[in-house]
Design a protein around this ligand. Sequence first.
Ligand code: HEC
Ligand code: HEC
Length: 372
Amino acid sequence: MWKSPKSLLLAAAVATVSIGAAQAQDIAAGEKVFAKCKACHMVGENAKNRVGPILNGIVGRAAGTVDGFKYSPAMAKAGADGLLWDEANLSGYLRDPKGFLKGNKMAFAGLKKDEEVVDVIAYLESFDADGKPATPAKQSQAPAGAAAAVTTADAAGPSRETTGSVTEAAGLKLGLGRTATPEEIAAWDTDVRPDGEGLPEGSGTVAHGMEIYDERCASCHGDFGEAIGRWPVLAGGQGTLQAERPEKTIGSYWPYLSTVFDYVHRAMPFGDARSLSNDDVYALTAYLLYLNDIVDDESFELSKENFTSIRLPNEDNFFDDDRDEEPFYADKSEPCMTDCKPGAPEITMHAAVLDVTPEDGGEENASGGGID
Ligand code: HEC
Ligand code: HEC
């Protein structure tokens, strides 16, 4: 069976050997090996189906998919289930056609030497789907094409159960892993930018946010965002940024509201992250604005549409690095990077004398924990 871990392991091992195999001499050697296949298969621009199907573009192709060729039921089914001719699967099949896929009708005993397998694959890889010479770029794109084929096979209907086999079959050069599906990428791609890019559809009111907050957030962050114990404070702190111990909250310190949305959506409630709907997150963000006195109407509704109209009070204190314009730097020529100081280097002070290291490492002098 092509799914069996044993044949896959073997296949993967062979594939490892084949890395970087598409070199001229391998292709030439592969052409010789292909003499064993020629009785049944053709490649090249004028190739036709014979006893076996055309093999143009086979590396990365889904199994059993050449138009007009009558495959065995076993091969057709394996293809529909997601079997993909990546290097690993091809290696497994060419070494032992019967063992790799029971019931397939290729009457060929199999190639016995790893080299022959690697070389014939390199040779086959040198033809694109139209039988033209594959450019190196095309060859390296083969995995991407392969991935597309898998997605299609997946979308074509096999149940979730077959995903495992799709996974195995779609393994690229190393026969490991598979390309992420668009759904999986979307699930990770949730970042929201200050200009509103990435915001999902949705909306929520302060009043609704309060209900969710009381139930799911207040146990740590306090009823009014003042925090219980040492959990983070979420509100207040305005006017403390220049104090000895600034209280850095959304209302006092954070520059952009998008960070609130993104963070809550991604990470909260602590221990149950990603459990909030988009509407919940809009409502909670609205409520956090309310707790921070940035909006004062309980019926205020935050939505994708009005999101970027809200500005946080401290935004202006974040600005691009403007050092180049400061007189000190503006006047400076390019910094010296080599041989800047004439003469031999000279030791002017020792760290121990400078007193950067605590002398006895004892409790009193240890700095660990002493920094707030
Ligand atoms: C005696 C005839 C014969 C020989 C020799 C033979 N094949 Fe095949 N091959 C077939 C047949 C028939 C099929 C279709 C199998 C099926 O439908 O079950 C096939 C299928 C394949 C497939 C799967 C194609 C697809 O579209 O899914 C590959 C790859 C393949 N052969 C490669 C080779 C290579 C490489 C060689 C030489 C090392 C070779 N074959 C030798 C008859 C042959
Ligand atoms: C079990 C306790 C707990 C609950 C419940 C909880 N949080 Fe948090 N929250 C934390 C912790 C811990 C952090 C800091 C995490 C870190 O820094 O890695 C945090 C950080 C935050 C921050 C960033 C604070 C800052 O200044 O860095 C926000 C905003 C926040 N939570 C909102 C919420 C919202 C909204 C909810 C309810 C949906 C919620 N949290 C529920 C524990 C909790």
